[in-house]
Design a protein around this ligand. Sequence first.
Ligand SMILES: Cc1ncc(COP(=O)(O)O)c(C=O)c1O
Length: 460
Amino acid sequence: MSTERELAQSHLLPHYTKGAAWMSDDIPIMSAGEGCYVEDVEGNRYLDGLAGLFCTNIGHGRSDLAAAAMKQMEQLAFYPNWGFASPPTIQAAAMIAERTPNDLDDVFFVSSGSEAVESATKFARNYHVSRGDESRYKVIARNWAYHGTTLGALAITGIPKFRKQFLPMLWDGVRHVPNTLDGAGAPGTPVGEQPCITELEQTIIDEGPETISMIIAEPIQNGRGAVVPPNGYWQELRRICDEYGILLCADEVICAFGRMGHWFASERLGADPDMITFAKGVTSAYQPLGGFAVRRRLVEETWDSELGTYNHGSTFGGHPVACAVAVANMEAMRDEGVNENVLANEDYFQAGLTQLAERHDHVKEWRGMGYFYAVELMTSRAQGTELSDADRAALQGGVLNGFVRESKLLIRPDDRGATMLTLSPPLIADRAVIDDIMSRMDQILTRTGEWLHRADGPGH
Ligand SMILES: Cc1ncc(COP(=O)(O)O)c(C=O)c1O
């Protein structure tokens, strides 16, 4: 056992990891990365099929991003964004504003996605109060959506297992409504008549429209597995928000900065939100940075009001080093055509997933777009049988993770609403890397199929 592993097990408290798994011998300790691949301290090489955690968009090992950080640290390591600004913070804000759709021209920085979501939530409330609309404070979010884990963001997150033990501590202003997968209704139902819209609108009416501050949704929802909305869904959200005086926030913590082949997925979907939250890919995770972009006129209305301020801040929001890295990341993505790479290879990626589904009868379907996909499992597509409870529990309880580890393809075995494998590689992945992903996926699915059809398994 390596010394690092012993030290980790003795002193490092991991995120969302079972103690027994952490204390097992085989936790990988990652020590190096290059492009789409990472290496652990024992020299094992892995394909990073999740871009770290949906964030190393430009890939690992970029010395230009390191140089940008170093230059800024030498110049001015830190000055806050409270009544001051620094050149990289200004430049990052301007570059982001230039890339957002429509008139989302003001950018507020924090250091993570959870803070971004809380900051947008507070901006919406602050805006309504500045207009004398004091009764608006509730937020509508969607079932199975992940919006972060700090207590304010966790209240908005719609994933029961993350919320359960904290429920008494979560504010009571959030209502969850069906997402576009579980709330799609019968095939062929027009989007405006699907439960994902009708139940949302009914919730607003039941709660009292004058109490609703914000609707928040991801363009492509991660929880429940890369859920792509039907055409017209975001236009319906806009219509509802306009009708009832609610602000619309697109949570693009995963979707922005190229994951869907555009700087912002809202642009690709023709969405017209009032705010967009971002984090992760803004720096390709070379520094922690998050934030939200908002319509300039909402800021002006706030400033022109008696309140006169957006009453919120954090020490590291707009950190000059993080912002210098964001600038270098956006410049490199632009100069190297990273978004174009995603769009050029999207069909190829999807063709690979279709082939996998054809080869493996226990693939229920794949969903997603750009470089963001979920493969949902069942027992047999031909026979229309879903996973038994026992198989589902075992697959989610470690069996699938074991097959994933064996393949050295770092993807996520996901249990949020179904049994799935989530893929989200760095956006520089070319066709050779995509082929490598597909061949390792084939290995994982083959092992899963053998396991599902084992003679002595539960229910067999
Ligand atoms: C859509 C979305 N919002 C918010 C968050 C929270 O971000 P963070 O983990 O940086 O707090 C995440 C994290 O994955 C996310 O996917």
